[in-house]
Design a protein around this ligand. Structure first.
Ligand code: FUC
Length: 861
């Protein structure tokens, strides 16, 4: 049976997957076994049942109503506000010495009060563009209702029949044509009668442009308070800012029809007696960069919207769709995953999810979840664009939850964890590019708030690259507002991009200068404690509160584990980057010295990795943030093979924290357990992440988990959990942060057999592998960059031809696998560093750039 399943899968993947192995195959067999679709037998009742489509810039949520179709629209650059004010609270650096004195005197509350004075302004909010409303006249009851989102083609379809006529609506968002394209079709000639209207929750007006084209133009607020700030009489303000009004936007809707009639008036478009109509939606904003006023210095959004439309007018619907699918699949088809087939795949996705939540097995839903994460990333983060925010690009609220901004104490980074591993390196680019903007405002913030060099970012960033500690000049809580490690964490992504791509030009020209700037700030920010160790002060551990021995509760202290781990990571990456390029030896030396003096990781009395400077209790021991395990994931300071003592302490920490938490918290825990090589625990959390939520009138009404449209629920919707879960699945299959390509490091019993293609590893390697009973049976390593390759797995391999496999000994010459020597990792005097566990087989061989290497597992024919 197992072989039958694999045969089906291999045929399937050879058809759909363009990984190096698949490219060699010309087979064209197709199977429905892994149809990658979300589908439903009724229209969406609410936003969390609607289906997301997007091209990175334009987004739409499709509800699929029969007589009233609602398509909620977004444009990624449409935000409230304008360029960030970088010195909103002058002179606050003076508090630093007083805060530090209070901290060393153990006056934590006094320190927290003073720290609160060092706050700037809140970020701005991501705004919705508006709605497209299609009111269709049908006579009679609709039957055979069906709607789906096909993530192989990035296409959403709604179908139904009325009185013997079949109606079909298709929608996709084209990257090549920069349009939202909707086709409405009837099986009977002239059966289409509908109107099209536009509206927006922002300030707007509608205009008629011609008999078949309408325009909505409007303006975003000049100021929109975060949804949790409720003390201002006017939380949303339009255009009263003397310096800079809010951003302008334009939406054009044009109807192309084969027959029937189209007219336009103030209420929108009216279509009568048509058989097929294509609606082309073109939108643009006046956003012209993070440092330009979107009003006075803004782009001509009217012209842009017109240009996109005019350019595509000559194209047929079919040609637009072909171009769209081709463009999308260039990314999507790079990877495939098969974990088994599921009977429940024949059920509507909401029901399928409900059964899964009740404990039924559905491995195909788990692989669909990974692919959905990849779909969402391709649809919300395209090169040249703006990074995916807390909700990707999909948001209907003028004051969305947490401003739908970039929350850097976990959420924004989590969005990009799957980018490199799941073969979507280009989708990482908007995030990497925005770090440059943040470094520009962050250099001002470092100077103005701390009199420090380099650049800094705090807990919240927005399209304007706001980098100050938020809190509205002292009204925020330091436990989240005054966290200056955002920039240092962001800088990890620059290094990771290099690790996966090996792009030295990028490292030299883009990444390294930014990494260096972040490290310069940290060098300035660190001070010596009484023992001469380097510590951060003030320091918080997002967003937790400790209780001291004397029962005092506070959030501001010294050298939290997260601070020290992020700095260790940044220094280590920057040291390695300067070594790779052979430059900046003096600066490298200063980092090496500083790193050796960093306050070490500590193990607490419960055997846990300590979160705080001292072994204090937590006010909320099961807090959703697990900041102190940064070194386990996404960092590489703690690994079971090299620092087993700390790995055990990390495991204890996770046990104490428990498996609960919001959507993203569970997703992070999947990554943690995968890094601890405990596949079954990671899998348990994946199942919990995929628990149905948000269905009113059932037991699935609230809580973290997954909505019927497979969006992750914090709750409310936050896309980070989708991306963190996707990365977690990838981490269970392959890891490459600890000196080797570790194959199946955390494979759960539930995934005893499976196959993956196109997973990426550091060093530019790409992995296709099939496994059975948890052991690798077939493996192809594609070496994009060449160089030494080191494999780690728990079973033996043979290779019939090249390379000659020898079990490796000694140092690994591949710079991508460079792992700091154990003595650099001696993090506390009291902790022994046992040798790596001897439970894995290690292979070491040389590769040539562009070559694939094939292996088979023992016992395999
Ligand atoms: C952090 C988290 C919250 C939420 C918000 C966007 O503040 O603590 O849970 O995810 O970001």
């Amino acid at each position: 049976m197992r072989y039958l399943i694999f045969l089906v899968f291999i045929l399937y993947t050879f058809t759909y997957c363009s990984s190096p192995v698949a490219q060699e195959s010309e087979q064209t067999f197709t199977t429905q076994a892994q149809e990658l679709k979300l589908w439903y037998d009724e229209p969406a009742q609410n936003w969390n049942e609607a289906l997301p489509v997007g091209n990175g810039r334009l987004g739409a949520m499709v509800f699929g109503g029969v007589e009233e179709e609602l398509i909620q629209l977004n444009e990624e650059t449409l935000w409230s506000g304008g360029p960030a004010k970088t010195n909103p609270n002058p002179g606050v650096a003076k508090y630093l010495s007083e805060i530090r004195e209070a901290l060393f005197n153990e006056e934590y509350q006094k320190a927290a009060e003073l720290t609160q004075k060092m706050q700037g302004l809140y970020t701005q909010s991501y705004a919705p563009l508006g709605d497209l409303l299609i009111r269709q006249e049908v006579e009679g009851q609709a039957t055979e209702y069906y709607r789906d989102l096909d993530i192989t083609n990035a296409l959403a379809t709604t179908r139904f029949s009325v009185g013997g006529t079949n109606y079909t609506r298709e929608i996709f968002v084209s990257e090549p044509d920069q349009l939202i394209v909707i086709r409405l079709k009837a099986s009977e000639p002239g059966a289409l009668n509908f109107t099209v209207a536009t509206q927006s929750p922002l300030q707007y007006e509608n205009e008629v442009l011609s008999a078949d084209e309408i325009l909505m133009k409007g303006e975003a607020p000049a100021q929109a308070d975060p949804n949790y700030v409720n003390y201002n009489e006017e939380p949303v303000i339009y255009g009263d800012d003397e310096d800079c009004r809010g951003m302008r936007f334009a939406l054009r809707v044009k109807a192309k029809h084969s027959d029937g009639e189209v007219t336009a008036d103030a209420s929108g478009l009216q279509v009568s007696d048509a058989t097929e109509v294509v609606l082309l939606l073109s939108a643009a904003t006046s956003y012209n960069g993070f440092d330009k006023c979107p009003d006075k210095e803004g782009k001509d959004e009217q012209k842009l919207a017109e240009q996109y439309l005019t350019k595509a007018l000559g194209k047929t619907y079919d040609q637009m769709q072909i171009d769209h699918v081709q463009d999308y699949q260039e990314y999507f088809n790079r990877m495939s995953l098969f974990l088994g087939t599921s009977e429940n795949a024949d059920l509507p996705t909401n029901e399928r999810l409900m059964r899964y939540s009740e404990g039924e097995q559905d491995p195909a839903l788990e692989s669909l979840y990974l692919q959905y994460g990849r779909y969402l990333l391709i649809s919300s983060s395209r090169p040249e664009g703006i990074p995916a925010n807390l909700q990707g690009i999909w948001n209907p609220h003028v004051r969305p939850p947490w401003s739908s901004n970039y929350t850097t104490n976990i959420n924004a980074e989590m969005n990009y964890w799957p980018a490199e591993m799941t073969n979507l390196s280009e989708m990482h680019e908007p995030f990497l590019n925005h770090i440059k903007n943040v470094a520009a405002t962050g250099a001002e913030t470092a100077k103005n708030f701390y009199s420090a060099d380099g650049w800094v970012a705090h807990h919240n960033v927005d399209i304007w690259a706001t980098s100050n500690p938020v809190g509205d000049l002292g009204k925020g809580d330091p436990q989240w507002a005054n966290w200056p490690l955002g920039g240092a964490w962001l800088a990890q992504h620059l290094w990771e991009h290099y690790q996966f791509t090996g792009d030295k030009e990028y490292l030299r020209n883009e990444a390294y200068p930014l990494m260096k700037g972040a490290a310069q700030f940290c060098l300035d920010w660190l001070i010596e404690n009484e023992e001469g160790q380097l510590v951060t002060a003030p320091s918080t551990s997002p967003e937790n509160v400790f209780i001291t021995e004397s029962g005092l509760e506070s959030d501001v202290s010294i050298a939290t584990t997260m601070d020290m781990s992020i700095i260790w990571d940044l220094f280590t990456n920057t040291i390695e980057a300067s070594e790779v390029m052979g430059t900046d030896a003096d600066f490298r030396q200063s980092l090496i010295e500083a790193r050796s003096k960093l306050f070490p990781l500590q193990i607490g009395k419960k055997g846990n990795l300590q979160e705080w400077y001292k072994d204090w209790e937590d006010v909320d021991p099961q807090h959703r943030h697990v900041s102190h395990l940064f070194g386990l994931h996404p960092g590489r300071q703690i690994t079971p093979l090299r620092t087993p003592t700390y790995a055990e302490a990390a495991e204890k920490t996770l046990e104490i924290r428990g498996d609960g938490g919001t959507g993203w918290s569970k997703a992070w825990k999947i990554d943690f357990w995968a890094r601890l090589h405990d596949g079954n625990h990671a899998y348990k959390l994946l199942r919990e992440l995929l628990e149905l939520t948000g269905v009113e009138g059932t037991e699935y009404a609230d809580g973290g988990g997954t909505y019927p449209n497979l969006f992750c629920a914090h709750p409310p919707f936050q896309i980070d959990g989708n991306f963190g879960g996707t990365a977690g699945i990838a981490e269970m299959l392959l890891q490459s942060h600890d000196g080797a390509l570790h194959l199946l490091p955390a494979i759960p019993d539930a995934w005893a057999d499976g196959e993956v293609k196109g997973l990426k590893a550091r060093g530019g390697f790409e992995i296709d592998m099939r496994w059975a009973d948890g052991k690798v049976q077939q493996l192809v390593v594609y070496a994009a960059l060449g160089g030494n390759c080191r494999l780690r797995l728990d079973s033996e391999l043979t290779s019939e031809n090249e390379p000659d496999l020898t079990k490796a000994e000694g140092d690994n010459p591949n710079p991508f696998y460079k792992v700091p020597k154990v003595e650099d990792r001696l993090l506390g005097d009291d902790v022994a560093q046992p040798a790596p566990k001897d439970t894995y087989v290690l292979y070491d061989f040389n590769t040539e750039a562009g070559q694939s290497y094939t292996f088979v597992g023992m016992g395999e024919e």
